[in-house]
Design a binder for this molecule. Sequence first.
Ligand code: PMT
Length: 393
Amino acid sequence: MLTGRNIVLGVSGGVAAYKAAYLARRLVEAGAAVRCVMTESAGQFIGAQTLAAVTGEHPVEGFWDEPEVSPHTDLGHWADAMIIAPATAATIAKLAAGLSDNALIATALATESPIVLAPAMHTEMWNNAATQRNVALLSADGVTIVGPDRGALAGGDVGPGRMIEPEEIVAALSRILEGDLDGIRVMVTAGGTREAIDPVRYIGNRSSGKMGNAVALEAASRGAQVTLITTAPAPDALGIEVIAVETAQEMADQTWSRATAADVVVMAAAVADFRPQVAGEEKMRRADGMPHLELEPTPDILAGLAGMEDRPFLVGFAAEAGSLDGALHKATTKGVDLLVGNDVSRPGSGFATDTNEVTIYTSDGAAEHLPLLSKREAAGLLWDRIRDMRSQG
Ligand code: PMT
């Protein structure tokens, strides 16, 4: 599975560090050459000698007293991928800030290879706004975050924050390195469109682009060739081609003109259904009295794609509030292969959140409900379904 691959395993200082030896063993068994880099506090939880015995190489423990002149750049260049497991709140924060004051972070900054990061910490630390902000930053930078799970934590606590099992970390790494979406041409739409009322105002919506960005990043990290058509700030990672648009018409023009070159289109954008018939050339003034806005429909981008003769595999999204009946209806009537419904009124779901609770529908109305996950994890499972359905023909 990982035969001939060079994997750097970064171990930071949490109790889950004891699992790092087991993870290293799994990587070696999968055929990888493994070298470890550990923080000083990781040494409180696992001995360097243990990692050396499993991998056959003594771990890098610092910048000094190492046989190499520049251990972090040596490791960074050597790596085909780097895993950081466990990743503590401090390590996540340092990596998000680019603060390379230890050999582990310096190695992560010195590598151009993919990074998989498995957080492990107490629930309160995981839920803390700073940690969530840092995780979202790293995810947007192209780092793959796996876990954490719910379960027993240090000191007898139970909750989210437990490091995901080593087998799942190896599986996530394999998906990235094997590139199970290798060569697939993907187009993703993201963000909320804006329809001008006058030079100052517009009709818009609350979409931040995070869901579409997660779908694009996940596909790119698994080898797909990705074009992201978006109204929102885009991730600057992994060679994603970014096409900036503002209105539904611009999104329609860009999407339709490129659709024949795509194998899969995922429409995560929140597209306006109506726009002002005429956008005022001058700013409306309160003194001029109550304005009357005549609206007209925007193009239905999804319907246009669904009507194409040789259409790509098509995934729509549906933002619903309260019940997902509307999403089910769209799944069976919109001519899509999959439709992802999300209830934007649920906490942690929908607009501008880093998490989402989605239900994936097939066109015959069959539903698969996923728990509340990070948008990147939800995107990962969506791509698993797309890959499986496409391979079944
Ligand atoms: O961007 P985030 O802040 O992360 O928020 C994510 C999200 C909530 C925007 C996303 O998860 C989501 O639900 N996107 C679809 C929102 C939406 O517009 O749903 P809809 O039910 O109005 O549209 C259904 C589908 O038709 C969507 O795929 C939409 O892109 C598409 N559509 C809609 C209108 C239109 N004129 N043309 C379209 O193609």
